[in-house]
Design a protein around this ligand. Structure first.
Ligand code: KIV
Ligand code: NA
Length: 271
């Protein structure tokens, strides 16, 4: 496989091939995921919960994201997957200048794209970064860094008004230059509308139905090692495969052939 580029990922989407993404936090799993054929890896701030034991992503620091980005980037040496890293809570909210400094730290650690959460005020940050050569992935719907403001981990955009706001935010972010956009925990119809409104945008769904350009899952969730109640959109690929390598390959195959996510079992409807 050739190393993925923004160009190759956009071309993949343009020809109708699904884009696969999985979270990775260390060199070993990054290497395994790359060998299994993942198109993109995300150093997610979900590591705050899965690796550090916090009950939200809010405590994760930029230094910690830099450390894990370095680990994953080393694991990907000689590999192909495109590397996205999360800007953690508090590292981009103050000003475009703060966002740029934080993005630079992640890029210098090996990220090829940075991800930031939210709509509206974030368009300014996205344009500032994109103009300065930083590819940006937006993130709308359930944005875990805002869990306290949102009143918990709940489905977003269920009624017509909030769905319209989501669509407007997505359009603004795409216009600001976001090349990719995670759509988390929203009715399938809303995610489909966002994709239809912005045909060139590489939307990556998680609990957002089958009509996005690609899919992402959290590594520990799809391997079945996350403790506690899992959201319904998760599928345990380890239960089907005989090994971690096999589970990763099955995930890639299921996203590519459209059998994951299931349009009913793994999805949400508008109210
Ligand atoms: O941190 C993370 O794992 C994420 C994905 C769920 C998209 O942001
Ligand atoms: Na995240």
């Amino acid at each position: 496989r050739k190393p993925a580029t923004l160009h190759s990922l956009r071309a993949m989407h343009a020809r109708g091939e699904k884009v696969t993404m999985l979270t990775a936090y260390d060199a070993t799993f990054a290497r395994l995921a790359d060998e299994a054929g993942l198109d993109t890896l995300l150093v997610g701030d979900s590591l705050g919960m899965l690796l550090q034991g916090y009950n939200s992503t809010i405590p994760v620091s930029l230094d910690e994201m830099v450390y894990h980005t370095r680990c994953v980037a080393r694991g990907l040496q000689g590999g192909s997957a495109w590397l996205v890293s999360d800007l953690p809570f508090g590292s981009y909210q103050q000003s475009p200048a703060q966002a740029m400094a934080s993005a630079a730290a992640l890029m210098q650690a090996g990220a090829q794209m940075v991800k930031l959460e939210g709509g509206g005020w974030t368009a300014e940050m996205v344009r500032f970064l994109v103009d300065r050569g930083v590819p940006v992935c937006a993130h709308l719907g359930l944005t875990p860094q805002s869990v306290h403001a949102l009143g918990g981990y709940r489905v977003q955009g269920r009624d017509a008004d909030s769905a319209a706001v989501l669509r407007r935010h997505a359009r603004e972010l795409a216009d600001a230059g976001a090349a990719m956009m995670v759509l988390e925990l929203m009715p399938s119809s809303v995610a489909a509308d966002v994709q239809a409104d912005n045909p060139g945008l590489v939307t990556i769904g998680i609990g957002a139905g089958p009509d996005t350009a690609g899919q992402v899952l959290v590594l520990h969730d799809m391997l079945g090692v996350t403790r506690g109640k899992l959201p319904r959109f998760v599928r345990n690929f380890m239960a089907e495969g005989g090994s971690i390598e096999d589970a990763l390959r099955r995930y890639v195959a299921a996203v590519k052939d459209g059998s994951f996510p299931d349009p009913v079992a793994h999805a949400y409807a508008a109210s």
